[in-house]
Design a binder for this molecule. Structure first.
Ligand SMILES: Cc1cc2nc3c(=O)[nH]c(=O)nc-3n(C[C@H](O)[C@H](O)[C@H](O)COP(=O)(O)O)c2cc1C
Length: 322
């Protein structure tokens, strides 16, 4: 049975954190369709100390149905990470807390956080140790396979340092920071990580289908996978992967009606839970994710970008294929 620290995981298929995407409505739908363990969106530790109310009302918004839920913090300083984490834990109980050492976004890297930490194993080690000392919950780390390029020795050095510092698991995205999201996933590098630590290793990258989830597990030997972009507009993927891994068979394709109904439920949650400012823009983005698999997608996309309210969007979805 797979554990992170003493926490027994309900599944080894985990919904990855994705800033600006995996909010409460996203997670509720993912769970209703089969996701067993989700992450809150990444949170900047300083936003928790400088602007706690706003962070609590947005990124930390959750619900009793939204369990189990893990959290991920980004930051550069052990003390600031610990202070932010303590505010977070007063609000939400999480089975483990992840440190982001993978985010390639300029405004994060400029603050010497996220993927920047790939170049600073000592700082990362100090953050891990400080969080373990102050929080008494398992601490995990999300990494990429390198900063500018993949260097096996450097990667082995950093994952061993994480393990020696007390990290309870590694989430590893099989691309370098420089590669962002577009190139092939380096399964070999993930395999190297798995072979060099005793703690659980979860592979991330291109888990877009049940077959690609199996490929990640088989070719790297990792303990579990993270589903990221494969879940956008496709919350069915969690059940599909679990079924395929258990039986070797693919579930029948989700019907158009079921996709439409799920999109409408997702939008209803967004309408209920999201801040009114910018809500319609978020809903358009969600509709566009789902409609990729709709017949007449281009036409629908064009119309959805011109809708200005939740009600109009629902009307439009009802009309598609009617
Ligand atoms: C829009 C977007 C936002 C993301 N935000 C985060 C994040 O906040 N924290 C994190 O660890 N990874 C984040 N990621 C990376 C994913 O968790 C995942 O590792 C990456 O997308 C590779 O998986 P994929 O190829 O299956 O999408 C993000 C990815 C995307 C596309």
């Amino acid at each position: 049975m797979l554990k992170i620290g003493s926490y027994q995981l309900p599944t080894n298929i985990i919904m990855a954190p994705m800033s600006g995407c995996t909010d409460l409505p996203f997670r509720l739908i993912a769970r209703e369709e089969g996701a067993g363990l989700c992450f809150l969106e990444m949170i900047d530790c300083n936003s928790l100390t400088h602007n706690p109310d706003r962070t609590i009302n947005t990124l930390l918004k959750t619900d009793s149905k939204d369990r189990p839920i893990a959290a991920q913090l980004v930051g550069a300083d052990p003390g600031a990470m610990s202070a932010g984490a303590q505010i977070l834990l007063e609000q939400v109980s999480v089975p483990f807390l992840d440190i982001n050492a993978a985010c390639p976004v300029n405004k994060i890297v400029k603050k010497k956080a996220g993927a920047y930490l790939l170049q600073k194993p000592l700082v990362l080690s100090k953050i891990i140790k400080r969080l373990i000392k102050d929080l008494k919950i398992p601490i995990t780390v999300k990494l990429r396979i390198g900063y500018e390029k993949y260097d096996k020795r450097a990667l082995v050095g950093i994952v061993k340092k994480c393990e020696d510092s007390g990290a309870a698991a590694i989430f590893i995205h099989g691309r370098t920071m420089a590669q962002l999201y577009h190139s092939d996933v380096n399964y070999e590098a993930i395999k190297v990580v798995k072979q060099n630590v005793a703690i659980p290793v979860f592979g991330s990258g291109n888990v877009m289908s049940p077959e690609l989830a199996k490929k990640m597990l088989d070719s790297t030997g990792c303990d579990g996978v993270m589903v990221a972009r494969g879940g956008l507009g496709n919350p069915f993927i969690f059940k599909e992967i679990e079924h395929y891994l258990k039986t070797g068979e693919l579930l029948p394709a989700v019907s158009f009606q079921k996709r439409k109904e799920t999109l409408k439920r997702h939008l209803a949650y967004s309408n209920k839970y999201l801040y009114s400012k910018g809500r319609v823009g978020v809903m358009r983005k969600i509709a566009i994710w789902y409609l990729k698999k709709f017949p007449g997608a281009a036409h629908f996309r064009d119309r959805v970008t011109r809708t200005n309210s939740y009600e109009d969007m629902i009307k439009l979805i009802d009309e598609v294929g009617a």
